[in-house]
Design a protein around this ligand. Sequence first.
Ligand SMILES: [Zn+2]
Length: 282
Amino acid sequence: MSKFAIHLSFNVISCEGCGIKRIRGVPCADCERRPEPWEVDSAALCRRQRAVEAQQILAQAADQSEHRELGAPEFLHAEVYAALHTWMTGFFDAVSAAAESQEGAQRLKDSVTELVGLRAALHRADDRRPMRQLISALRGLIAELESMVGAYLETLLASTPLQAQNHGARAQRHLDAATEAITRVESVSEAVEILTHQRDASRTQAQLLQLALGSAQQPNLLALDSWGRDSLWEITGSRGTAGHGVFFGICRVIAQNLFNDGQFCYVLRRAYQLFSSSPKSS
Ligand SMILES: [Zn+2]
């Protein structure tokens, strides 16, 4: 995802205390002289008012906000994605417009309302298996976008360029995290697609192997086996034998994307302890 920055203008006047240029309505950074009561930056006040209104919408609880109706679970990912894609461009336009003029105010509120609506819809979505991890990944993505919106609104509220810069940097970090969240959503969605729609067992196997290679970031089967056996050693204290690493890699990618990765590793460790502790077990 690209970089985005809001351009804010601050009204500058000469300080009556020390004579340097300083921001209207804010104590002087050099001589600390308080601003005069008549010194109002009306443009900045209006900008802040627009941000506060949008903040109130963002603060609505997920179960209290209006929500859009989502379609069938199998189309959920595509639907939320399409909505977010349009939303993203719209939000950046709206926040830039709101930074400059009153006309942007309504667009900003509409844009925040849309995100809050999507969040509410995902909050209500059926998150049972096999959709649990996908819904959870989409919720994680929306949470990052919400934090990003919050930080951009703080940027609009800033009374000095330095404050604006700090909030802007925080917003950019959330935007970067949202990009990572998208990668996670893509991976889960791919696994759900393979395991719920692929009817040809041999293709399922090949696709799962491909997914495991990608997830473990290994170039070929030998490398995947070696990586898998190292991971096995970390979980159980045993590297198993040749081939166990590939099998583990496939099981792990299914656990990560459809079930519960922590639980999977726990059960694996307990099972290994159980079988290896009994001298009579074969
Ligand atoms: Zn001064």
